[in-house]
Design a protein around this ligand. Structure first.
Ligand code: ATP
Length: 864
């Protein structure tokens, strides 16, 4: 149906088979069948077969295939079988990893999928945006991202950014009236909203006219890329590193090949060996180890209420050095209860307030009318600040439903955290009254009159001082204070921002929002971990400071600053003083972006929370933008890198700990892989240079590569966090994973494993060359499997949390090794010497344990 902007409401309702009461649940379900889900189609996914075959498109694999062919041509058919088995197993492993990573990304995406509010069966309900259908009555308000195309039925100052469609970043003021024009470009269709547009102000009731691929954005969107992630900085730097390392290893392999041929080894054998050495030594698993480590980390974090939207964020999380957090709902419980009221008649405790008595009646009525909250049975809908006012009304003997029915809303100026005010228009006894509530300092600055004993008179300086003193007194008890006012308006008309001046002050309501129990311990953890907690709030400075002190954010010597002060200092000045300021009060969203920048310019990695529509730029600017899952707007979730499903500050600190753990695990896996590979290379180089027989056969090298690489490295990636992680300072993001210290450890550990392998080799030489080979192979394998335990963490193994995967990886590796050593039928295939005795086995195990014993002993000693 086209030219929707020209249609009358009734016509539209008829066409779409709906009404202001919305569709019924069943009808909506049927329409899903007919129109499909409200989603943009994604590009075609790769199938299992395709992914499987892609695993073979790798230089190393091509080399291996060549080796298999050579092996078959030169009569080594067992070698060919082993190589092919290794290749297939490797490809299966790669395929499984691919789909596992994809699945975990998918499930994360599903968790952060948006919801939409609609009217169905005459009731306001929230449904997943994917379940919207044409004919639905969609409710949009500031902070939403429109989930479908639609025609505006009711408009309350709706302003929309349609930049996704039109490229125009300016906000568009929307209307509900018909536009009588045949041709109308998209940007001029003022009574329509389009999927993907950001609602920056106001609210509207919209008839959904297009969903999914039938939206304007669906028409222009080429099929979206599937859930493939771009590589993260860590992945890129490791890819780079493995490439360089591969060249070095290929160089070494060339030398070994040259030496072999020079000493009269058959060309094919020498080549086969060089190839196997390359395969065993090149850490081809590095990049996938990182992906898997990051994916495991995101799954764990999601279980702990932090949904990570991209893998890159997991990496940055571990480096976070400052967390700027909202107060309300994040550090506090967002369970507001009204404690006290103030009018010019005096201060009263809630228990003594009666809705029908003079000073209170007007205060309560204003609180109920200028209010978007609702209480349905047990559930409170909307902003807790507002629902607290409704609960208060009931407690004082009033009924918010009756009040709202008697004085319906005629116009409104919605709340926004820049203005810190909200106003609505009602007819009350022949008069048109605008009711306003907001932050006391802001509202009082706009008051001209006061009500006392039911009559209005001009506000004196004494009145003002008295009110401000009372506000201060409430705030210093950590109470959150709202001020209420009214103003007579000349006629029934739309309110404008101009109207919010020359108001008449009615009173104050102070409510309590206790800190979350977890906040103080989480702040303590933060400090221990070298992370600076900072509170940024729209609330009053005194209230904010009282709470910040209670939970440990504001300490001796720290400062609290107001948004207005911030406006008088330059960015340079802010950069100089930002480290002294722990609390920012009465800030607007624009201030937040300056605060984040100032921290970043001090070399810090900043995490910042936000929930409102205007918070999006600050969330994008922060290294980790954090949106609130429960109270946050869709716009903020869109801009954030992480979403908290419980809106809790403690969850951020936990996520940082997890981020550090992921990084530590990845680093440990890499240490395991590289030290083991190094041991193999050293052994081969040693024997090559001393003109001794080769310590391993090609098949044995492949066996080592397959069995002792991936599984223990994966197990290390599953390691749980220890308390230690929050004892260190945050990691410098510029620091390479391959620090000097890391390299030193690598060389020592690799060297030790190589040493015991060479000793085993010499013991075997006493029997025969073949036995030397068998002994070296088995010792290297065993030593690497034991070494898997060393790489689990920096602590001694007795002080690490239990990790069943590491035992599993060891058991699988050891079982396969034993099978190869003890099953005579396999000896031919793996070049195992038949003369292997129990004494040899004891020697192998004993030698293989030596490096692990030394490493663990050193840790125990250091631990003491
Ligand atoms: P935080 O930024 O920590 O979440 P906040 O909820 O106080 O704290 P805002 O939502 O920006 O921050 O609110 C700023 C101020 O505006 C509040 O301190 C309060 O005085 C006032 N205010 C909050 N909600 C409303 C509302 N619904 N109507 C009118 N005024 C409000």
């Amino acid at each position: 149906m086209d030219k929707l902007w020209m249609r009358k409401k009734d016509e539209l309702f008829q066409e779409f088979g709906t009404s202001m009461r919305g569709l019924s649940g069943e009808e909506a379900e049927q329409r899903i069948e007919k129109y499909g889900e409200n989603k943009l189609k994604e590009g075609k996914r790769k199938g299992v077969i395709q992914v499987f075959f892609e695993q073979f498109a790798d230089l190393l694999v091509v080399i291996l295939i060549a080796a298999a062919v050579i092996s078959a041509l030169t009569g080594g058919i067992e070698g060919t079988i082993v190589i092919i088995t290794v290749l297939i197993l490797n490809a299966i492993l790669g395929t499984v990893q691919h789909f596992k990573a994809e699945k975990s990304l998918e499930s994360l995406k599903a968790m952060s999928a948006p919801n939409a509010r609609v009217i169905r069966n005459g009731e306001k309900v929230e449904v997943p945006a994917a379940r919207l259908v044409p004919g639905d009555i969609l409710l949009l308000e500031a902070g939403d991202v429109s989930a479908a195309d639609g025609r505006i039925l009711e408009n309350h100052s709706l302003q929309v950014s349609e930049s996704a469609l039109t490229g125009e970043s300016e906000n568009v003021n929307k209307i509900a009236e018909i536009i009588e024009k045949d041709e109308l470009p998209l940007g001029d269709r003022l009574n329509m909203v389009y999927s993907g547009s950001l609602i920056s102000y106001g609210r509207a009731v919209v008839l959904v006219t297009g969903t999914g691929m039938n939206t304007e954005i669906g028409k222009i969107a080429n099929l979206m890329e599937s859930a493939q992630e771009k590589s993260t900085p860590l992945q890129r730097s490791l890819d780079d590193f493995s490439k360089k390392l591969s060249f070095i290893i290929l160089g070494i392999c060339a030398i070994v090949f040259g030496l072999g041929v020079w000493r009269g080894q058959p060309m094919a054998d020498a080549l086969m060996f060089a190839v196997a050495l390359a395969v065993a030594a090149i850490p081809e698993a590095l990049s996938s180890i990182v992906t898997i480590g990051l994916a495991i980390g995101t799954q764990k974090m999601a279980k702990e209420n932090a949904i990570i939207k991209n893998l890159r964020a997991v990496e940055s999380l571990g480096c976070v050095s400052v967390i700027c957090s909202d107060k309300t709902g994040t550090l506090t419980q967002n369970k507001m209860t009204v404690q006290k009221t103030f009018t010019l008649e005096g201060t009263t405790d809630t228990d003594d307030v009666d809705c029908n008595r003079t000073p209170y009646r007007e205060l309560i009525v204003t609180g109920v009318l200028c209010n978007d909250g609702a209480i349905n049975g047990e559930t409170q809908i909307g902003d807790p600040t507002e629902t607290a006012l409704l609960t208060f009304c009931r407690k004082a003997g009033g009924n918010e439903g009756d009040i709202r029915n008697t004085y319906p809303r005629m116009s409104e100026l919605p709340f926004d955290s820049d203005r810190k005010l909200m106003s609505t228009l009602h007819q009350i006894e022949e008069k048109y009254l605008m009711m306003t509530k907001g932050a006391p300092d802001v509202l009082l600055a706009r008051c001209k009159n006061v009500v006392e004993n039911g009559t209005t008179r001009e506000m004196t300086q004494k009145d003002l001082d008295g009110i401000l003193a009372q506000n201060q007194a409430f705030s210093s008890q950590g109470l959150r204070v709202l001020a209420f006012a009214k103003k007579e308006i000349d006629a029934k008309r739309l309110l404008t921002l101009e109207d919010e001046n020359e108001l008449t002050f009615i009173g104050l309501i102070a409510m309590m929002d206790p800190p979350r129990l977890e906040s103080a311990p989480a702040v303590g953890d933060c400090r221990r971990a070298g992370i600076r907690p900072v509170m940024i709030t729209g609330d009053h400075k005194v209230t904010a400071s009282a709470i910040a002190k209670e939970i440990g954010i504001l300490q001796e010597g720290d400062r609290a600053m107001e948004g207005s002060e911030l406006e008088h200092i330059s960015d340079d000045e802010l950069r100089g003083m930002v480290k002294d300021i722990s609390v920012y009060a009465r800030v607007s969203p624009e201030h937040k972006i300056r605060i984040v920048r100032a921290w970043q310019e001090n070399g810090c990695i900043a995490a910042m929370t936000g929930d409102g529509v205007n918070d999006a730029p600050a969330l994008k600017q922060a290294d980790i933008g954090i949106a609130m899952g429960i109270t946050g707007t869709e716009v903020s979730k869109d801009a954030a890198a992480m979403i908290l499903t419980d809106d809790n500050f403690a969850t951020i600190v936990k996520a940082v700990g997890n981020g550090r753990n992921v990084y530590a695990n990845i680093k440990n896996s890499i240490q395991f892989l590289l030290s083991g590979n190094l041991a193999g290379i050293i052994t081969v180089l040693f024997t090559s240079l001393l003109a001794l027989p080769l310590p391993f056969t090609a098949v044995q090298l492949l066996f080592i590569n397959l069995l002792t690489d991936s599984l223990p490295a994966l197990a290390v990636n599953m390691e749980k966090p220890t308390g230690d992680l929050l004892n260190d300072k945050p990691r410098d993001p510029r620091e390479s994973i391959l620090t000097k210290d890391f390299m030193r450890r690598l060389v020592i550990q690799g060297g030790m494993i190589a040493a015991v392998t060479i000793v085993a080799f010499y013991i075997g030489m006493g029997v025969s060359d073949g036995m030397a080979c068998t002994m070296a192979f088995a010792t290297l394998c065993m030593a690497r499997l034991f070494h898997g335990f060393n790489c689990r963490g920096a602590r001694s193994i007795f002080r690490l949390p239990n990790n069943p995967y590491s035992y599993g990886a060891f058991a699988v590796g050891a079982t396969f090794l034993m099978a190869v050593l003890f099953i005579p039928g396999l000896h031919g295939l793996f070049d195992i010497n038949d003369a292997l005795t129990g004494t040899h086995i004891l020697q192998i195990v004993g030698l293989a344990l030596v490096p692990t014993f030394i490493i663990q002993a050193a840790r125990v000693v250091r631990g003491r």
